[in-house]
Design a protein around this ligand. Structure first.
Ligand SMILES: [Zn+2]
Length: 344
């Protein structure tokens, strides 16, 4: 962590939801990270980067990490009394005047904090891009669009397909609203189809890269070649257990590994995961860490019989990773026949 400008900001602790203190360091933004702070969101400026090439305007990026929030669910991993949702990242890529936002979190409160943070940047928001269709990365777009009505909300068609499923009355009634009662916008905006692969930001290219199946179908990342940035959505995780419950068969897990290979081949200098633990660096190393996690899961799935065994053994390898609830759901998805009575 570079320490030129240590600033105290607030965050909620990942597991306890208790308020605690984090240190945020220098930001290349014209505003200080302190101005961007929020009780409900953290300007995770420690890893911000800015680079200038000779003839081009320098693009900058910064990450808003919506803190972990409580979830109402009885689906708890063994020995746990709660199952908070992990932190969710949104990335603002900005030029001198305009900015593009990548992904928006779940709840109204999270999205309002995100919108305030964008407003504080002083940039003109032209576009919101959704990396994939999971609700925890686009439900908040509605609130951001209300605040920045001239912005367009775009995604690739394969991501929009998943968005429609996630925002369907059935999905909201059975999954999302019971977990976050009264906290999700009742009017969810669905992205319009991105034409072509490129979003222009002050003359520079932000490239939408299709990744196929990672933690769900139809996922993508946004690649910014001029600054070596990949905003990976849920194709990469950073210190948080992976959501593998949509890929109980090996073929899908291999697809995810192919997506990691594809991102690595772009030789990024920074990779932003859709979910990361507070304080983790947005390093390209997370591509290798995500791959290793999938391969460990693969190996231990072969060596174990029950979901509990798989869960316990993975947990031993990734003790400091957040959101063990995701691991528990993943383990049960690959061991459905041995799942009975294991939830206590
Ligand atoms: Zn997610």
């Amino acid at each position: 962590m570079r320490g030129e400008e240590a600033i105290m900001t607030s965050r909620r602790d990942f597991l306890s939801n208790a308020l605690s203190v984090a240190v945020v360091t220098a930001s290349p933004w014209p505003i200080g990270a302190g101005q961007a702070r929020s009780m409900n969101g953290q300007s995770d400026s420690s890893s911000s980067k800015s680079e200038r090439t000779s003839n081009e305007i320098s693009l900058k990026w910064d990450v808003f990490l919506a803190p972990s929030i409580a979830v109402i669910t009885s689906d708890l991993p063994p020995g746990q009394k709660q199952r908070p949702w992990p932190p969710i990242s949104s990335t603002l890529i900005s030029g001198e005047r305009d900015a593009v936002l990548v992904d928006a979190p779940i709840t109204l409160e999270q999205a309002r904090s995100l919108a305030n943070w964008i407003a504080t940047s002083g940039k003109n928001l032209t576009m919101i891009y959704a990396t994939h269709g999971h609700g925890d990365h686009f439900f908040g777009a509605t609130t951001v669009l209300e605040r920045f009505p001239s912005a367009r909300f775009v995604a690739r068609p394969e991501a929009i397909k998943i968005m429609r499923q996630q925002a369907s009355p059935e999905s909201l009634a059975t999954y999302w609203n019971p977990r976050f009662p009264g906290q999700i916008s009742s009017q969810l905006a669905i992205a319009e189809e991105l034409t072509g692969n490129v979003i222009k930001l002050e003359g520079q290219d932000l490239v939408s890269v299709p990744l196929g199946f990672t933690d769900t179908a139809g996922t993508t990342c946004l690649h910014v070649p001029s600054i070596g940035l990949i905003v990976a959505g849920d194709a990469a995780y950073n210190g948080v257990h992976l959501h593998l419950s949509e890929s109980p068969d090996q073929q899908r897990r291999l697809e995810w590994i192919a997506a990691l290979d594809k991102m690595e081949s772009l030789k990024p200098r920074a990779v932003i995961a859709g979910h990361k633990r507070v304080g983790k660096v947005d390093s390209p190393k997370i591509l290798g860490e995500t791959r290793r996690y999938i391969l460990d899961f693969e190996r231990l799935a072969m060596q174990t019989t029950t979901a509990r065994e798989l869960y316990d053994q993975m947990l031993q390898l990734y003790l400091d990773w957040g959101n063990p609830g995701a691991l528990w759901t993943s383990a049960r998805a690959v061991k459905p026949r041995f799942d009975q009575g294991e939830q206590t």
